[in-house]
Design a protein around this ligand. Sequence first.
Ligand code: SF4
Ligand code: SF4
Ligand code: SF4
Length: 417
Amino acid sequence: MAKVRNWQLGREMEYRFAEAHPDRQLAFVFNTNRCIACQTCTMSCKSTWTFSEGQEQMWWNNVETKPYGGYPHNWDVRVLELLEAANPGGQVWDAAARGGPYGVFRGMTVFEAAAKQGGKDVALGYAPTDAEWSAPNIGEDTAVGPPGRPGAYDERGAQLPQHTPWFFYLQRVCNHCSYPACLAACPRNAIYKRKEDGIVLIDQARCRGYRKCVEACPYKKSMFRLTTRTSEKCVGCYPRVEGRDPLSDGVPMEARCMATCVGKIRLQGLVKVAADGTWAADRTHPLYFLVHVEKVALPLYPQLGTEPNGYYIPPRWVPRPYLEQMFGPGVGEAIERYRRPSRELLAVLQLFRTTQRMIFRYDIVEGPKVLETTVGGRPWTMYADTVVGFDERGREAVRVPVVEPFRERPARYPNSI
Ligand code: SF4
Ligand code: SF4
Ligand code: SF4
């Protein structure tokens, strides 16, 4: 095992291979507050990549309802329980410690827990059963009930800031991790991470279907195909990222699941990676701004140790301890910033799903003040700014106003469009 730096954990950790970082990394931010669970993303991935025989249980993109939903069923609870058993009471964050943006994780990653158990496996994991792979949308729209009465309807209703009965939608694709457990666990070295964009792929010619990647990926995003006897996973829609889609005009495009999102909750891009594996400072890249400047988007289960490159704006209404387990100690600050957004954040949030071209830089054209109010008892002001997004070649890709235009139909056409 080599020692590598995991910036999300604020410390070094053990990994099978020495550090080797890509020049750019495919990354994305999902705003859980806006998802409507329409599954358009899910079906656009399936109709593009996994519609063939043997891929019936392959949902590279899925949207599950938390806390009861999960694909495969209970994947996160199972992994958290394995880690807790390996390190009882020790899976904790020290949020006040200096190390990374979320403090320092003092517990064990899936790699460290496996090493503690004798190193038979590279990463602590498990193989889901066929039954667990068989119901991709189990638990949809099922809220937590009153305490001690599972399945019962909670008559207390929903009230902000945190709901008593609650659920939320968690959108999931492969995280194209910086330290992929799937890659580390493959005895055939059939999995590789591309230098040009950090996309993690399985070489189908090398794969022998040992399913070590399926066991090791803590997010369960590597999937076995019975007809070919090989494992497959999300390919990051790499032809689009490479700018080879006929519609792309030669510049990187967002993936299919990103580009079709009806709720406009997704923003995907390529970020520059520094020699030490951290994101190189790029102040006006929308993803860099959301993750590193505003810190409103957080990694999913960073404590697992793979350094996932998917980030989530946490849902406002969900009890904080649940969210802190899922997204780490940055949850409180992220929700506060989302609830009462800065002028710049409000503008950047308008860029989600407005163009298929990846945005590499944004600019804000300032407009007049349009609202003075209070949010959470503190003053808040809104401006009619316009945000402009630029593609890889620096060309304007999109221009979106913060305040949507208001048009009133003339009285003669009250019902016409
Ligand atoms: S999410 Fe899983 S399958 Fe995807 S790169 Fe990470 S470890 Fe591999
Ligand atoms: S990035 Fe492409 S391959 Fe991956 S889940 Fe989305 S649509 Fe599917
Ligand atoms: S398309 Fe967007 S809004 Fe619909 S389920 Fe997927 S992530 Fe959610």
